[in-house]
Design a protein around this ligand. Structure first.
Ligand code: ZN
Length: 445
């Protein structure tokens, strides 16, 4: 449970960044739009996993402090339509990534942990399957394992997200044109080696960026660039991780591969590790992932500007961490220097702990000055006023090591964008994606 004070701060942040909405009636729901805007022929859907308003706020704070404003996200908000999304699943106001991605991919609210499947075990059709059926090209790009909950919900159906070996088999059997991310362990390990099936089903298997550069647009590509997730941005200097692609590079390649084409396409791009850094209460990690996410948004925006019949739709599945960047304590007020210090973190908290550079205890002094914040247990924040005071001292606090119910932004530019102004449930996105992806592609449209 997030302490009330943090919740209010989080919501205030939500409204500050939400003021770009061009919908004058912020309570406008699913019934308020009578005139249907033009339908997009192609859709680039970008999901920031765990990206709530404060994660976005942190990126904006950094851009201002580093003289790098405006960010791509800021430009997208100011040139498109901005709204807010409620993320509850059927069984909790706090969703997990599987229920959230099922809502976004299928337009249906379901239970946490379940991948595009009804409670009685029937598969729920997804917008990506619709896109395949209507003759569009399709792609999934992520910084997580490609078998992870968010990408899985677009093309596989299973009763629990943790069954990643089965998800891998379903992915190989799918008709997606391009899949790029991590997760080789479920495709190419001793435990499960699908190399033969991958070849038999017509995929071109790619394991490094050089080979990805050689693929033809007619190839169906399965690109697996890490055993598990792609490394955190902060950990790209770790042995063996130096050649890991960035999300922007993968986005650029995916857009070259899928469009512009006569068929139209549906591409889902996920910045999947914002969530992981937030679970680890690693503020420098979050900022690193947000900066890379923003670079990918810039690539997608550039494509959308040149191809205006494409809808660029960006959202998050939920907020993670109950992140709060605070005023500070007493005279020790937050400054740009504190924000810039976060960029000097050498590694993620995960690797720092592995290297024994960061020792964690409930009342350890912060190492925020070198860019890492304290890792307190969630119970400490939730129950202890001293905890809040302490966290204010360190200018960053986390309400939880898990997800929160904070509404998340939705930002859209292109045909259909105005539908996303105002406040909606996450199913609103999936319902429109399904409707649009079922439409036949009009030549030249
Ligand atoms: Zn999560």
């Amino acid at each position: 449970m997030m302490p009330r004070g943090l919740w209010i701060l989080g919501l205030a942040a939500a409204f500050v960044v939400g003021c770009g909405s061009n919908n004058p009636d912020s309570t406008a729901g699913q019934t308020a739009h009578t005139e249907e805007p033009a339908a997009p022929r192609s859709v680039i859907l970008i999901i920031g996993d765990g990206m709530g308003p404060q994660q976005l706020g942190l990126l904006l704070d950094w851009a201002a402090a580093a003289d790098r404003a405006p960010t791509a996200l800021e430009r997208l908000m100011n040139s498109g339509t901005t709204g807010y999304i409620r993320t509850a699943s059927i069984d909790s106001p706090a969703t997990d990534s599987a229920a959230a991605a099922t809502a976004i991919a299928c337009g249906v609210a379901e239970k946490n942990q379940v991948v595009a499947m009804t409670q009685d075990g029937r598969p729920i059709p997804t917008a990506m399957e619709d896109a395949i059926a209507s003759g569009r090209k399709t792609g999934l790009v992520t910084t997580t394992r490609v078998t992870h909950a968010t990408p899985a919900c677009f093309i596989t159906h299973i009763d629990h997200r943790d069954k990643e070996e089965e998800i891998a088999v379903q992915i190989v059997d799918s008709k997606v044109d391009l899949i790029l991310g991590g997760g080789a362990q479920y495709f190419l390990s001793q435990r499960q080696n699908l190399r033969d099936q991958i070849a038999k089903r017509g995929w071109r298997l790619v394991e490094d960026m050089e080979t990805l550069g050689e693929v033809q647009n007619t190839d169906r590509v399965l690109g697996l660039f890490a055993k598990s997730h792609l490394p955190y941005v902060l950990d790209r200097d770790q042995p063996g991780e130096e050649t890991a692609p960035t999300l922007a590079e993968l986005t650029e390649k995916a857009l070259q591969h899928l469009g512009p084409s006569s068929t139209g396409f549906f591409l889902m791009i996920e910045g999947g590790r914002i969530d992981h850094a937030a679970h680890a209460n690693d503020v420098a990690g979050i900022l690193g992932e947000m900066r890379e996410f923003d670079d990918a948004v810039a690539v997608a925006m550039d494509y959308q500007r040149k191809n205006p019949s494409t809808l660029l739709l960006l959202t998050a599945d939920h907020e993670t961490g109950g992140l709060c960047v605070t005023y500070g304590d007493g005279d020790d007020v937050l400054t740009d220097e504190h924000i810039l210090a976060m960029t000097r973190a050498k590694n993620s908290v995960e690797i720092a702990i592995e290297k024994n550079e960061l020792k964690l205890g409930p009342l350890d002094p912060s190492v925020f000055g070198v860019g890492r914040t304290k890792f307190y247990s969630p119970a400490y924040y939730a129950s202890n006023y001293t905890g809040l005071k302490e966290s204010a001292k360190y200018k960053v606090s986390f309400g939880t090591g898990n997800h929160s119910t904070t509404p998340v932004p939705v930002i859209a530019r292109g045909p259909g964008a105005t539908l996303f102004g105002g406040l909606h449930r996450n199913t609103w996105i999936g319902q429109h994606l399904r409707k649009w992806m079922q439409r036949p592609v009009k030549p030249g449209g």
